[in-house]
Design a protein around this ligand. Structure first.
Ligand SMILES: Nc1ncnc2c1ncn2[C@@H]1O[C@H](COP(=O)(O)OP(=O)(O)OP(=O)(O)O)[C@@H](O)[C@H]1O
Length: 804
């Protein structure tokens, strides 16, 4: 409560905007004019009063019209103002504030060679603000620090080291700027040295100044090439507080920063080159940030807006940011060289000063006076809200009061009559007083020792806190970076996940489309296959029909040839039969029935119909007509016609009887076809049955007509054609042509013939007949010399003897 010095948080909304001269204190801007440099005689500034001056443009500047600009400042120090008077005006109030526990920043600003360093440091014989401040703060040794404790010895040793090291001047290294737990900036790795006297402080300052970059430029023989910041920290505590009960709250820490800025300069005017140009640009850029900060603050306050102030754009402004936030006063000394040739830069600097004085910074809370602290603490501890009028009695004073040191002297008046007792009393009193003083001195020393240790501990603790804070801050920054990195990664991952989802949905859509296309294609393929199958079947049917036509044609041709051959054969047979009948030798050996299968290819040559005709008359015999042997001979031959549809069991089977006559099977001899037509037998005496062909489909339990109906075929799966013929040996050959009935696409039926079974009836061969027969056949073959179709060639069987 009573030490609340926490600076206003930057997060306070529109803080700058609501600041006014009641709530804040304006930046104080002082102007100090230096004497004209040697060789210069024309000035462009005229001081009108202690606070106002006017700037004239030089003759012939721009359009030739002399321009006057008026500027007001807190105070204008003319060139005749001494360093001492300047200190009194510019710095003394701030030193007073420092002692009061208030902090402040005092900085010089101006173009190069305008007297900033002169004002701040001054020559040895004419010291500036800093040495004078040191001198003012010179310790009066009231605290009695002469007696060195152990810690003093250590501190002293380290200080000596620093001083001796300071003699070996190293090039300055760049330092990092950090913030402490309360958000106040500090420079890392900068040593704070406790000084005992102004001389020591000045000695340290000189070491620092030696390390400051200085270079010769056209405008200044010793131009500062870097900003110089001297920070004085004053730690105070009330002597009433016993060191044993001293806490951090009992300390008052105030600072004053004395800043000598490097001068702004125009490179061409300063005629700088090389490294100087780089330095100038660095200097100018940090000064520009300083200007921008002030400009933004003024803009915010004038317009009631909350534009971000670019403190962090330069180390200089970052370091003093807390002062812009209300840590303490800000005071600027605008140093001006009034020589006319620097008119433009002077105008620039004066404008900046004019602008800066309008800026208001928050007012720092007034520090609690040290002597009131214990009272306030008592109030806080006791919970009382009224300030007691009775001052507390610190322990140390109680001791004082209880001793003879503070007891009144015994009444003493020296005269001749003064008795010895009185003198003794006085002597005793003085002795006690001396002893008490010694005792108290010892106590004070002890307490001072304790206090030093305590301050050292606090300082160490503070440093540790700072180090910890730095570590934590680093860690925090690292974690923030990691979090940022992770957030970026998460965003990227989310983006890529979204992309994947999109791509996936696109793929799924494509897959669906492809599936439907595949389905369509499959249907098309099925359709095509069905069409092709149908085409194939149609084509096969056409081929089959064509083949059958061709076969039919071919068979007709073959049949004609066969008939011709048979005619020839018959003629030979007739001749042979005549010879046989004349020879009269017949065999009584029984016939045997054998079965032979013929190749499927021969099937094409089998006739499916027969034409029955009488060779002689070309007429069939009349029904019931009986022909004797001679008739048969005379008629040569009678073909037999068996109409289609006659079951196989009705087909006559021919045997030769004991007389050598050809007779029908007893059970079939006189049977007529139940369906139609007559059964004709060949009555030739040799018993040669010349039935050409009988092809007959076989259906169960139904007698069908010449052409089977569709229904007849649909109901069955097998198809058999029976064909009987006589071979060249006169044996009956029965061919069973077998086929499968297949349903056609068009609803009909196709018969595929795939097997032929041949049944032959064989008689034992008569060697004589065979011999003769072979000879005649050979002769016949020689005569005809016509190749027979393989299907028409009879199977190779040994020659047979017929009992005809
Ligand atoms: N008020 C003054 N009285 C007498 N001499 C002065 C005064 N001000 C400045 N000078 C002289 O002017 C010269 C330049 O001054 P100074 O070095 O202080 O300028 P500066 O502004 O610090 O320059 P820079 O920015 O280049 O460091 C010095 O020789 C200094 O002695």
């Amino acid at each position: 409560m009573f030490i609340n010095r926490t600076p206003l948080k930057k997060t306070t909304a529109n803080r700058d905007a609501v600041l006014n001269r009641e709530t804040g204190s304006p930046v104080e801007v002082f102007c100090r004019l230096r004497p004209l440099p040697e060789g210069e005689c024309e000035t462009c500034i005229k001081v009108l009063s202690a606070t106002e001056l006017v700037l004239f443009s030089p003759e012939g500047f721009k359009n030739g019209v002399v321009k006057e600009s008026h500027y007001e400042f807190s105070h204008i120090l003319t060139d005749c103002i001494s360093q001492k008077a300047a200190f009194k005006e510019l710095c003394l109030p701030l030193i007073d504030d420092l002692i009061q526990g208030k902090s402040s920043v005092l900085f010089t600003y101006g173009i190069t060679g305008s007297g900033k360093t002169f004002t701040m440091m001054g020559p040895l014989n004419n010291p500036g603000l800093i040495p004078r401040s040191f001198d003012l703060l010179r310790s009066d040794r009231q605290n009695g620090y002469e007696i060195l404790s152990e810690s003093d010895i250590v501190t002293e040793r380290s200080r000596k080291e620093i001083f001796s090291k300071g003699q070996r001047i190293k090039a300055p290294q760049s330092k990092q700027l950090r913030e402490d737990a309360r958000g106040r900036p500090y420079i890392k790795d900068v040593k704070e040295i406790e000084v005992r006297s102004a001389e020591e402080a000045i000695e340290l300052l000189n070491i620092g100044l030696k390390r400051r970059r200085i270079a010769h430029t056209q405008l200044n023989t010793e131009s500062s090439r870097s900003h110089s910041v001297l920070s004085l920290r004053l730690v105070q505590f009330h002597a009433d507080i016993p060191p044993t009960s001293l806490t951090r709250d009992d300390l008052t820490v105030s600072q004053i920063h004395l800043v000598d800025l490097a001068g702004s300069e125009r490179v061409n005017r300063a005629k700088t080159a090389g490294d100087r140009v780089k330095e100038a640009s660095n200097i100018n850029s940090s000064l520009m940030v300083l200007r921008q900060c002030f400009e933004t603050l003024r803009e915010n306050q004038a317009q009631g807006i909350n534009k971000m102030v670019p403190y962090r754009d330069a180390k200089l402004t970052s370091f003093f940011k807390s002062y812009f936030d209300g840590e303490g006063k800000i005071r600027m000394i605008l140093c001006v060289n009034p020589a006319v040739d620097g008119y433009e830069e002077i105008q620039h600097a004066l404008k900046f000063g004019d602008l800066t004085k309008d800026v208001v910074v928050p007012r720092a809370p007034a520090p609690v006076p040290l002597r009131n602290r214990n009272i306030l603490r008592e109030i806080v501890n006791s919970g009382s809200d009224t300030v007691s009028n009775q001052a507390p009695s610190p322990t140390i004073f109680q001791e004082f009061y209880s001793t003879a040191l503070v007891a009144p002297f015994p009444p003493f008046e020296y005269s001749i009559e003064t008795d010895e007792d009185t003198i003794n009393n006085l002597q005793n009193h003085l002795t006690k007083r001396i002893e008490e003083r010694r005792r108290l001195t010892a106590i004070i020393h002890e307490q001072e020792e304790y206090l030093r240790k305590y301050i050292l501990e606090l300082s160490t603790e503070y440093d540790q806190y700072l180090a910890e804070h730095d570590e934590l801050k680093k860690e925090n920054e690292q974690q923030s970076k990691t979090i940022k990195h992770l957030q970026t990664r998460i965003k990227l991952l989310e983006k890529s996940q979204n992309d994947y989802v999109k791509t996936n949905s696109n793929y799924e859509r494509d897959i669906k489309t492809l599936k439907s296309q595949i389905e369509e294609r499959n249907n098309e393929i099925k359709q095509l296959k069905a069409d092709r199958r149908k085409d194939k079947n149609d084509f096969e049917n056409k081929i089959r029909v064509k083949m059958m036509d061709v076969e039919q044609q071919h068979l007709n041709e073959l049949r004609n040839k066969d008939l011709q051959m048979k005619e020839l054969e018959r003629q030979h047979e007739d001749k042979l039969n005549i010879i046989r009948s004349m020879a009269g030798g017949m065999s009584d050996q029984p016939t045997s029935l054998t079965t032979t299968r013929i190749a499927h290819a021969e099937f094409a040559q089998i006739q499916t119909n027969v034409q029955v005709f009488d060779i002689e008359n070309n007429n069939p015999p009349a029904a019931g007509q009986s022909l004797d042997m001679m008739d048969r001979i005379q008629h040569h031959r009678v073909e037999m016609m068996i109409p289609r549809g006659i079951p196989i069991e009705q087909i006559p089977i021919v045997y030769s009887d004991s007389q050598g006559q050809v007779v029908a099977h007893p059970r079939q001899q006189h049977r007529r076809s139940r369906s139609s037509g007559e059964v004709w037998f060949d009555h030739r005496p040799q018993g040669t049955l010349t039935t050409e062909t009988l092809l007959q489909p076989q259906f169960s339990k139904k007698v069908i007509g010449l052409q089977p109906e569709k229904d007849d075929i649909v109901r069955t799966t097998k198809y058999v054609l029976t064909h009987q013929n006589l071979d060249s040996d006169g044996e009956i050959v029965t061919d069973l042509v077998k086929g499968d009935v297949l349903q056609s696409v068009g609803g009909g039926a196709n018969v595929i013939f795939n097997d032929v079974e041949r049944l032959t009836c064989k008689s034992p061969p008569n060697p004589l007949v065979i011999q003769k027969r072979a000879k005649s056949e050979e002769r016949l073959l020689q005569e005809t010399r016509t190749p027979k179709s393989p299907s028409r060639q009879p199977p190779e069987v040994p020659p047979k003897r017929f009992r005809i």
